[in-house]
Design a protein around this ligand. Sequence first.
Ligand code: NAD
Length: 476
Amino acid sequence: MQICQSLIGGKPVTSPLPTIDKIYPATGEIVAKIEPATKEMLDEAVAVAAVAQRSWAAYEPLARARILHRAAALMREANAELARLEVMDVGKLYSEAESADVPSGTDAFDFFAAAITTQSGDYNKWDGAISYSSRVPLGVCAGIGAWNYPMQIACWKSAPALAAGNAFILKPSEMTPLVAHKVADTLADAGLPAGLFQIIHGTHEIGQAICEHQGIAKISLTGGVDTGKLIMSQSANTLKKITLELGGKSALLVFDDCDFDVAVQTALDANFYTAGEVCSNATRVFVQRSIADKFIAAMVEKAEHMVVGDPMATDVHMGALISAAHLSKVLDYVQIGVAEGAQIATGGTQIHPQGFENGHFMTPTIMTNCHDSMRITREEIFGPVMSVLVFDDEQDAIDRANSTEFGLGAGVMTTDLARAHRVADALVSGNVWVNSFNILPPGLPFGGAKQSGFGRENSLYTLDAYSEVKSVHITL
Ligand code: NAD
């Protein structure tokens, strides 16, 4: 049985605390044991990081970039193994992990390595003086991860932190401890000095200790809204810099002038990719009334042909949900929707694929007859459950799409260029996609408005968030 121990100073460290079972979502089997870190272990990791960071910050940017580019190259070579570990962690499809999760994480290292070599400061001339301002690293930064994208989260947070000259401590979700260790191995193989990328395992308890730690300058969280609020309050006493990538209830607006087939597939992908466990998923699909019946029928037809089962198989369209408890929560939401008057157009049931009878699987679910006030259209479900809402005109669709506490993603399906720009401008959301959804090439800022959080990942804004400006004034 694999034991996941915290990685401190490049070495696994034994913990006296009771272990946590790591379960493979597709079979329900325990595949590893996690040893949660103690606070003393966190202290040790922060002390090691602080020493390593001072040397790392003294590397010229190009020297840091060379190591990070090498890490990206090694990750590409290790794609299959990283993807397999991502599947073991999350239960998502291998085909997704190898084509999206691993490349997306890997690209972050190339992107931020390149970006740091172009970062420069300001120079000013005053009366009898000059000054210059430059960006300096923050010191020791920490990432706290959700369970749905462990590879991407590890890389999207560590790559900019390291590029900017910081040390980085990752606390992966206690559900998904595996892939982070392969990322750590690859960084070490690329020549990253020990102590710069460390892993601290555990639950919210060690997460809270990270927030309260005097030696940590910044936290980037990917998690739920309630966790984001806790992180803010727990970090207040040490005035940490914070990035919050939180939940969503994104809307996809499907106008009657859309490319019908593209819109149908986009709506399905925006709900059933990664078994619907995507923060930005378009779980509210607003369809213009004139095409609504035909659109729903086309989606139902396609959803009913989706094969659910073994995540490693190539002919499967949807894998497992993360845990039995989460599956049960998602199924409960379906029933809550029914009780509120929604109808199950398709799906809504747990299934037990042959050979994977104890895994956490359910059918792709489309709920119709939905209204804006229902819990299923207001609360984040985080599973393969789409709510279809019907609208009459553009302003109605915009107002209803914006009528949520979230603001992570939004989508517009239309072939009318003017409408595309008009609606994209009116939607209150960190990201808006037109005629696609959830596309995130490296360099495209990603993050939320309103209670979906603040700060951006995957972009130059991120690099800025892992550094601060220092000004030097010189009297001549
Ligand atoms: P979660 O909020 O339960 O946990 C996230 C992480 O925070 C875990 O590592 C957990 O151990 C830690 N944590 C929990 N309580 C803490 C505390 N008090 N102090 C410090 N750390 C604490 O989220 P989850 O269930 O792992 O993931 C699902 C959520 O993540 C969804 O809401 C989803 O929308 C969100 N998410 C957001 C994005 C994004 O980029 N915006 C991406 C993926 C997931």
